[in-house]
Design a protein around this ligand. Structure first.
Ligand code: CP
Ligand code: NVA
Length: 331
């Protein structure tokens, strides 16, 4: 079956069929190999890309920038304090202006409805570089990383441990359902995902042979896991939640004991990053002074161990974002 994603927005994996997701993963692997070989076909020559950021970013910003330049396009960073967006100009008007000048728009911000608004009004593809609800470009990189490690996605036992209702957990649940994984959220019940999204994921999983399970029981949740995945306990915009989250999630820290609970020797550890695994950050130090813990979601031992595939995962952000831009931008 031939797949054509031209002029499609990339706001959530819910909008993409399993075949389309596999197509994007395969294209990512292809562009990764091309780059390793030093081949640069410049498929996006003369394209201009707007990179609109309301929140901070290292990986997503750099991935879009490098991917665009590799392919011959020009990326333009537009920080929230640089342009009229939101203060003097609405989402709809900003979208219509950017859509007349740029060939694609990346948006990272708070409300998912803003990403949808940009997509509704800009006549060019809009790519979601993270909203409060979803982080689909991250998950495409995660799927590529898992496929590289295990050779397949279907049937992979995947345990997401921690804040089970954040943007990354939501997108992973959809990505796992679409690719037929055995997916578990391992979290306190108050941090389980939105029941409506769970229902949707379960419905998708039925069609792909996947499974979706939510549990607050760590032993059951990680038993047999091929992948243990964590994200920060406090996402951007929720910084007033540290005290409560630390209390709730400390038992869910990924450490050697948890990895051993999988009962598997080939388990890999993944994290979208940035991670709080040591005291080499300002926030890490503040947390240590206030709560006496030197790591949050993952121990430094696991983060630095051979289980950890976090640098492959970070690199794959660039290859997958490149594939998304090539696939969706008009040629
Ligand atoms: N994983 C991720 O999205 O990283 P950044 O916040 O640095 O973009
Ligand atoms: N859940 C995190 C992901 C960071 C890449 C956040 O939104 O801050």
């Amino acid at each position: 079956m031939s797949i054509n994603l031209k002029n499609r927005h990339f706001l959530t994996l819910l909008d993409f069929s399993p075949e389309e997701i596999h197509y994007l993963i395969d294209l990512s692997a292809q562009v990764k190999e091309e780059k390793k070989q030093g081949t640069f076909p410049e498929r996006l020559k003369h394209k201009n890309i707007a990179l609109l950021f309301e929140k901070n970013s290292t990986r997503t910003r750099c991935a879009f920038t490098v991917a665009a330049i590799d392919e011959g396009a020009h990326p333009e960073f537009l920080g929230k304090n640089d342009i009229q967006f939101g203060k003097k100009e609405s989402v709809a008007d900003t979208a219509r202006v950017l859509g007349r000048m740029f060939d694609g728009i990346q948006f990272r911000g708070f409300k998912h409805s803003v990403a949808e608004g940009l997509a509704k009004h800009a006549e060019v593809p809009v790519w979601n570089g993270l909203t409060d609800s979803f982080h689909p470009t991250q998950v495409l990189a995660d799927l590529l990383t898992i496929k590289e490690q295990f050779g397949h996605l279907k049937g992979v036992v995947f345990s997401f441990v921690g804040d089970g209702r954040n943007n990354v957990a939501n997108s992973l649940m959809i990505g796992a359902a679409k690719t037929g994984m055995d997916f578990r959220i391992v979290a306190p019940q108050s941090l389980f995902p939105d029941p409506e999204l769970v229902k949707t994921a379960e419905k998708i999983a039925k069609t792909t042979g996947g499974k979706i399970r939510l549990t607050d029981n760590i032993k059951e949740g990680v038993l047999g896991a091929d992948v243990i995945y964590v994200d920060v306990w406090v996402s951007m915009g929720e910084e007033d939640q540290f005290a409560e989250r630390i209390k709730l999630l400390l038992p869910y820290q990924v450490n050697r004991d948890m990895i051993e609970k999988t009962g598997k020797s080939e388990t890999i550890f993944m994290h979208c990053l940035p991670a709080f695994h040591d005291l080499n950050t300002t926030v890490g130090k503040e947390i240590y002074e206030k709560y006496g813990i030197s790591a949050m979601e993952v121990s430094n031992e696991v983060f630095e161990s051979s289980y950890s595939k976090v640098w492959d995962e970070a690199e794959n952000r660039m290859h997958t974002i490149k594939a998304i831009m090539i696939a969706t931008m008009d040629g």
